[in-house]
Ligand binder design. Structure first.
Ligand SMILES: Nc1ncnc2c1ncn2[C@@H]1O[C@H](COP(=O)(O)OP(=O)(O)O)[C@@H](O)[C@H]1O
Ligand SMILES: [Mg+2]
Length: 226
């Protein structure tokens, strides 16, 4: 009998506070969240509710004060630094609000960086496939300054997806985009997540992302309201 694979993301009892001049700010307060294989979860919540903090903890970029973070079969909250890095490289793709592209690299080299950062060989055919799937093959040789905001975000998605992650974390990915680009990229994201079996956790207050969600979650007072 085959063992049931672990979910791409499992957060349990997550707590996180920050020290502020006025005292301690408790941002996450015993939060639980599981994202299943191929599931698209849209995480809502007003500005300051802790969405970015949650994604950074899920992605191993920030330590929780308490709780468990599992990425597929690895508990990254208790793993060694080396095991945590290996799990992130194997399982995770990250898309940031402000694209975080390298200005001096072409679109295709920015995408290839997604493989280099995972210590994977740079497979040019794979890079070309992902550029094509995201509709930016014709921009491959351009620099970020010579493409539109929507194309920059497609490049950021391509870089996050090129290494075949199990889980894609996206933080406000449409906040810099106009309606047309937002519609195009959300439809594409849903289609790719399903066909490539990538689980997606996307933090946003953009209601235009709601239609692609398998599940909407609200972050409120440091916990998820279902
Ligand atoms: N590194 C930090 N140091 C101190 N306070 C922080 C830090 N990161 C986030 N915060 C605070 O935690 C709260 C939640 O922030 P954030 O996770 O960015 O929320 P959101 O992404 O939902 O807007 C905010 O009040 C923010 O000011
Ligand atoms: Mg944020």
């Amino acid at each position: 009998m085959n063992a049931v694979p672990a979910p791409p993301l499992h957060l349990c009892g997550i707590e996180k506070s920050f020290a502020e001049p006025s005292g301690t700010l408790r941002v996450l307060d015993g939060l639980d969240l599981t994202v299943q294989q191929s599931e698209i979860v849209v995480l809502q919540g007003p500005s300051g509710s802790g969405k970015t903090t949650l994604l950074q903890i899920a992605g191993g970029l920030l330590h929780a004060d308490a709780g468990t973070v599992r990425l597929c079969d690895t508990d990254i909250s208790s793993a060694s630094e080396a095991d945590r890095t290996a799990a992130r490289q194997r399982h995770l793709g990250f898309v940031f609000q402000h694209f975080h592209l390298l200005d001096a690299l072409t679109v295709e080299d920015n995408v290839a960086l997604g493989l280099r950062l995972k210590r994977q060989p740079v497979d040019r055919a794979r890079v070309a496939e992902v550029l094509d799937r995201l509709g930016i093959a014709s921009k491959a040789r351009k620099l970020p300054r010579d493409i539109s905001g929507g194309e920059k975000q497609r490049t950021a998605f391509a870089r996050a997806l090129v290494g075949r992650p199990d889980l894609l974390l996206a933080d406000e990915p449409t906040s810099q985009l106009d309606s047309h680009a937002t519609e195009a990229i959300t439809a594409l994201l849903a289609e790719i997540a399903r066909s490539w079996q990538v689980a997606v956790l996307v933090a946003t207050h953009d209601v235009r992302l709601h239609p692609i969600a398998n599940r909407l979650c609200r972050l409120s007072q440091g916990k998820i309201d279902a």
